[in-house]
Write a protein that binds this ligand. Structure first.
Ligand SMILES: Cc1cc2nc3c(=O)[nH]c(=O)nc-3n(C[C@H](O)[C@H](O)[C@H](O)COP(=O)(O)OP(=O)(O)OC[C@H]3O[C@@H](n4cnc5c(N)ncnc54)[C@H](O)[C@@H]3O)c2cc1C
Length: 383
């Protein structure tokens, strides 16, 4: 298994951070150094607190560094469905995630975040292969129209799309990123202000303490930001969040084809073309749904075969696959992401349903406010 994003020179040059060296104490401890945990570290530092952050592996070696790199406004559900399911407060979440893109654009070096917009397609590129696919595509085209109407109604920029990839809509404010570069760059900016410790797996989180393989961190405030495997680390959340495997691949460079991240077939399949010309393609989880409810994070032939076909459809011709990988993501039983006080001073976030690049940092900041000030999480999060 090799991760396509890791070919970037910035990732290759990552020198690593030391593991925890024995017992330690701080005002706050953050467990999990993906994009959510790093946002929590930053929020805690901005309150003037001392912070220890720990991760079982490298910074963003989990989903945060292995995902599609889509920075899409809003929650996992299309806006019209999310409003119907969670109420109008979800529009606030949409605005928070757009603001998160602006923040990231301001702090990341030029070129890391590309303000490309995104396309939602009805179906996948190319002609429908059979009557079932054609029918599904027509149903999805209707859903795209309802989705775009909800965006317009709430003042979010959206344009109809009818082009070489198919039909759907274009959202100009969305963005694309190499997710590993995003997270490592943010960690680089925090490492001199917080004690960030890699290769430090946590076995237990309690009020006031975090037990790791290399010592115990004593801290009155603990933010748990692990998303995938959250149900393992915080067993009382086992009924509320479940871990699934999501898979991706990266191709050899192809001719310019995708100007922005593209997702289709009800969002199950997705691809972006990196600045290196390679296609980064994921999806197919629904094709092997039961098998993908797993803590394993290795790619499998079934899902990889599906996304290889998606890659060819996105490319408009045959592709050569260079990397295949997978990672764990947390799915919320309630639909809304979790921001839950699990013990005195301990708040856990996660359950982003495979769409946590922006929602995760929003939830992590809410967790910090909950833990420090007792501010109840906003209604688009499940407390
Ligand atoms: C293949 C794939 C594609 C995706 N595509 C997109 C996308 O395009 N856009 C989008 O918005 N979202 C996408 N997602 C979802 C997104 O990656 C996640 O929602 C997001 O990364 C969650 O961030 P996080 O920081 O909360 O958790 P993670 O990224 O999962 O990071 C958690 C960290 O916690 C660490 N950890 C776990 N257990 C322990 C422990 N016991 N002790 C110490 N550390 C621990 C892990 O090592 C990891 O580094 C995708 C996910 C996958 C897997």
């Amino acid at each position: 298994m090799t991760v396509g994003w890791d070919a970037d020179a910035m990732v290759q040059a990552w020198p690593g951070l030391p593991p925890l060296a024995g017992d330690a104490s701080a005002d706050a401890c953050v467990v999990g150094l993906g994009a959510s945990g790093l946002a929590a570290v930053e929020a805690l530092l901005s309150r003037g607190l001392s912070v220890i952050g720990v991760d079982a592996g490298r910074v963003a070696a989990g989903a945060a560094g292995r995902n599609g790199g889509f920075l899409l406004g809003g929650p996992e559900l299309p806006l019209h469905q999310a409003i119907a399911a969670w109420g109008p407060a979800v529009v606030d979440l949409y605005r928070e995630t757009l603001a998160e893109i602006d923040t990231l654009e301001a702090v990341l070096p030029p070129g890391v975040l590309r303000r490309t917009g995104s396309i939602r397609l009805a179906g996948l590129p190319g002609p429908a292969r059979d009557a079932d696919e054609q029918h599904d595509r027509e149903q999805e085209a209707q859903d795209c129209r309802a989705h775009a109407a909800a965006l317009r109604e709430h003042g979010i920029a959206v344009e109809d799309y009818d082009g070489p990839l198919g039909v759907g809509f274009f959202v100009p404010d969305d963005a694309a990123v190499n997710p590993a570069v995003r997270a490592l760059t943010l960690a680089r900016g925090l490492e001199h202000r917080a004690a960030l410790r890699e290769h430090t797996p946590v076995s237990r989180v309690q009020a006031g303490s975090v037990t790791t393989a290399h010592g115990v961190v004593t801290a009155p405030v603990v933010i748990v930001a692990v998303d995938g495997r959250l149900d393992r680390l915080v067993p009382q959340l086992a009924g509320r969040v479940r871990t699934a495997r999501l898979q991706m691949l990266a191709t050899a460079p192809v001719a310019p084809r995708l100007d922005c991240p593209v997702y289709g077939r009800w969002g199950y399949d997705y691809a972006q073309q990196g600045v290196d010309g390679r296609l980064y393609v994921g999806g197919g989880r629904d094709r092997h749904a039961e098998a993908e409810w797993t803590y394993a994070a290795e790619p499998t032939p079934g899902v990889q075969g599906w996304i290889e076909d998606v890659a060819a459809r996105m490319a408009g011709g045959p592709v050569t696959v260079q990397d295949r990988w997978a990672a764990s993501a947390g799915f919320s039983a309630e639909g809304r992401p979790l921001c839950v006080r699990v013990a005195d001073g301990v708040v856990a976030v996660g359950g982003y349903d495979g769409t946590g690049n922006l929602v995760g940092p929003v939830a992590a900041r809410a967790a910090v406010a909950y833990a420090l000030d007792g501010t109840e999480p906003p209604p688009y999060l499940a407390a």
